[in-house]
Design a protein around this ligand. Structure first.
Ligand code: BES
Ligand code: ZN
Ligand code: ZN
Length: 472
């Protein structure tokens, strides 16, 4: 993030452009000369409506100003509008409460993101300073907004990086670099590690790729930590579907199948910056799912690290295989909570739409607690409830379980139930599965998200961790 944000109580501070959020009440308080222009231009300050007045260099942006979600979204959208002008400085009026201020700052920082690494003609952003006019200097909110937004924008960049440039080995190198920069411990597991750990599920998915898989483990461990949270991410740097090959139209955007893994990296970066009094471990299973003579096949039966055998019925249901071995490893580390994040099923997108992630797990209280925190953080989630009838849908005639369901209904749930088989009895109440397939990749910009990766999952999991560390 190249620009800086300053609070100032000087309403007259000079800037190239000013953004003014406006609703019906504020509209009536404007000078008549401006109201007349609005009338002429048919501008009535509806939510999302905007008008730019050139003589005063002011963008008036219609917004609902009584809740954090609207403020965050208005900030993101208006910054995207003014960015098109070549400006160095920007002024915007602040709010006199912490939550609204944090939403404003996060909206600015997330809305400003654009993936330009591969654009030959991309000009360096010229915006240098943003002045937030406010009598109070919200230092803590500003610090948290920068930490969280930088982590999300890092994850977005990595997810957007094409598969030839973000292979599992590169992913692991980046995790190492971030660990160094943010003073985290980092262990990278290579082929030998995966073999020693008996992670045959990961090895099978990876087999047809020319790029070796990597197991990535990051650790934040402050002294006297009383609790331990482990976050596990699906890091498919590409998902072609394998031999159960995806149709061409479904294969594009599958560079984003590492969205869960990148979110884990983002969460670790954010935690390193926010320094809660709690141990946090991030685990990423990074691999490609490709085709070839060496590929794992429908009908293969593979023994998992946890011991259960799995009959592969569809090689495109690879994420649950990779996660199963990661979740097995995670439980050996005796966590108080395990949260996995994965772009796991198309069924979750069909069921909940492209804006909402699915929350699954056996502990209904924990599901609800997470739901509340996630919604408060500005991420859309919905609980998909497990039930006992779902269990038999992944029965296999030849092995302990099948990697796909015997029906086409409820695919997000049966994927969650599959993962649940790898969660030991002692951990059943400590585990949450997040299917982020819908919002992980944005094909038409919405809310704080520009086109491309959204970095979804980071805000809610970070806020969950902060809540646990504050003794919830
Ligand atoms: N990575 C996909 C899921 C996905 C789909 C993510 C759309 C984002 C957008 C996953 O590996 C997959 O292919 N799942 C299959 C499972 C099926 C074969 C049981 C699916 O959802 O179709
Ligand atoms: Zn797949
Ligand atoms: Zn996948």
């Amino acid at each position: 993030m190249s620009f800086n944000i300053k609070f100032t109580n000087d309403n007259g501070v000079k800037s190239d452009i000013e953004i003014v959020f406006i609703d019906k009440d504020l509209l009536e308080k404007l000078p008549e000369s401006i109201i007349n222009i609005f009338l002429l231009q048919n501008f009535s300050a509806k939510d999302g409506e905007f008008i730019f007045l050139q003589n005063s260099n002011t963008l008036y942006y219609g917004a609902i100003l009584d809740n954090v979600d609207s403020i965050r979204e208005a900030a993101a959208k208006s910054i995207r509008i003014v960015k098109k002008y070549n400006i160095q400085s920007l002024k915007i009026k602040g709010f006199d409460n912490k939550e609204f201020t944090y939403a404003l700052l996060l909206g600015i920082l997330l809305g400003n993101y654009e993936f330009v690494d591969y654009k030959s003609d991309s000009k360096k952003a010229s915006l240098e300073s943003i002045f937030v006019v406010s009598n109070i200097d919200y230092k803590d909110e500003l610090q948290k907004a920068f930490v969280v937004a930088n982590s999300i924008n890092m994850a977005r960049n990595l997810i957007n990086t094409p598969p030839q440039d973000c292979t599992p080995v590169v992913f692991a190198d980046i995790a190492k670099r971030i660990s160094k920069d943010f003073k985290l411990d980092c262990k990278i597991g290579d082929m030998k590690f995966l073999q020693n750990e008996k992670m045959d599920l990961i090895l099978s998915v990876a087999r047809a790729s020319v790029h070796e898989p990597r197991f990535i483990e990051l650790k934040y461990s402050p002294k006297n930590a009383k609790k331990k949270v482990i976050v596990v991410g699906k890091g498919l740097t590409y998902d072609s579907g394998g031999l159960s090959l995806k149709p061409a139209d479904y294969m594009t955007t599958m560079k984003a199948d590492k969205g869960g893994g990148c979110a884990v990296l983002g969460i670790m970066q954010a935690i390193a910056g926010l320094k809660p009094d709690i141990e946090v471990i991030g685990i990423i299973g990074a691999t490609e799912n490709m085709i070839g003579g060496n590929a794992y096949k429908p009908d293969d039966i593979i023994r998992s690290r946890e011991g259960l055998t799995i009959e592969v019925k569809n090689t495109d249901a690879e994420g649950r295989l990779v996660l199963a071995d990661c979740l097995s490893y995670a439980q050996d580390l005796k966590p108080d909570y395990i949260i996995d994040l994965a772009t796991l099923t198309g069924a979750c997108v069909v069921g909940l739409g492209e804006y909402t992630s699915g929350i699954m797990g056996y502990n209904t209280d924990l599901n609800r607690e997470f739901e509340e925190i996630a919604l408060k953080s500005g991420e859309l989630v919905a609980i998909l409830p497990f039930n006992r009838h779902l269990e038999k849908l992944i029965d296999s005639k030849n092995a302990d379980i099948s990697n796909v369901s015997s029906t086409r209904y409820g695919g997000a749930l049966t994927a969650g139930i599959f993962l649940g088989r790898f969660i030991r009895e002692d951990y059943k109440d400590k585990w949450i599965h997040l299917d982020i397939a819908g919002p992980a990749y944005v094909e038409k910009e919405w809310d704080v998200n520009s086109f491309g990766a959204s970095g979804i999952g980071i805000r809610s999991v970070v806020d969950f961790i902060l809540k646990v560390s504050n003794g919830s």
